[in-house]
Design a protein around this ligand. Sequence first.
Ligand code: NAD
Ligand code: ZN
Ligand code: ZN
Length: 339
Amino acid sequence: MRVAVVTEPYKVKIEEMEKPVIGPEDVLIRVMSAGICGSDLHLFKGTHAFRNPPAVLGHEVAGEVVETGSNVTRFRVGDRVTVEPQLGCGQCEFCAAGLVNLCTGKVVPGTPKWCGTFAEYFAAREEITYKLAEGVSYELGTLAEPLAVAVHAIRRLDLSEKNSIAILGSGTIGLLCLVVSKQYGFKQAICTDTAPYNLEMAIRLGADLAINPLKEDVVKAVRKFTGSRGVDAAVIAAGAPTIIDQASAMTRRRGEIVLVAMITEKVPVYSYSLVFNEQRLSGAMTYQSRDFEEAVRLINDGLDLCDLVTHRLPMEETQRGLEMLDRKTENVVKIIVHP
Ligand SMILES: NC(=O)c1ccc[n+]([C@@H]2O[C@H](COP(=O)([O-])OP(=O)(O)OC[C@H]3O[C@@H](n4cnc5c(N)ncnc54)[C@H](O)[C@@H]3O)[C@@H](O)[C@H]2O)c1
Ligand SMILES: [Zn+2]
Ligand SMILES: [Zn+2]
């Protein structure tokens, strides 16, 4: 089968590889659609924490079941599916608590134990495979993964008051957090981004206010919008040196801040603001299976996210897609690759 491999930093090649051989608990999926995600960009640039070239790209996927293992009961050939791309060890305290996202022994695609999804075929365990409803496109099915990230982030918030939320960074993840925050009862949402196109998209997806930090003092704007009180919650979905301070300064006393962005550099934090205002700052790492299930349910129930897909490319153009996402040479949110 053909796969898209990062052979060395900034170089993607289409190569031939053996089709995966499935075990009794697995399904084999013909990949119809795969999404380019921030972590693929890290692999492409050679900055990923544990995915190193050479590696097959991709973990977001939707496709058609073409083969089932002998113990598989819930799927048949022809089913349209998406996959939660993480498999816990099943034995540690985190797996036992349903926190597969925190399992130190978890296996993910694009590593030696599991091929990535930028491939003609992708093998997955039945237990992490989910059916797509009739009428849900493969593209939409591919978005279940980033949507699950957003579901997990919003569920990390533990607030009784949900008047307002600020989302800092309106890329795929920030925009999906916006959509999920509305589903979870936040009455007003404010989004920020440095790109005008992303701000427009935020308004289209239901943001009540969209602010560009390059043009406006976002803290002042948020304070003004919330009658000086500040938002109940802030989600950090972009990396910038001052962004944690920004979130804290626009959040109310006893409010909550959740960090989804992977900021791998050390950034200074004015911790006094967190103390003085008794704010809670937490991290959100991928998703639990219950979050992925919820994301698939939302999509199967008709949540329309098609606007987020700005580009569709054949697998041969993966390199161009990654470069586009890296340099933001075009108005881009989610790029879908069709193997
Ligand atoms: N925690 C997780 O499990 C998880 C999962 C997926 C992605 N992520 C991380 O979440 C972040 C967002 O991912 P994405 O796919 O949406 O990336 P993205 O690059 O599409 O979006 C980031 C957005 O932030 C904007 N931005 C840049 N500087 C900004 C600033 N100072 N203020 C406001 N906006 C700014 C950019 O214009 C862009 O639209 C990344 O750091 C990514 O690594 C985390
Ligand atoms: Zn992803
Ligand atoms: Zn485990």
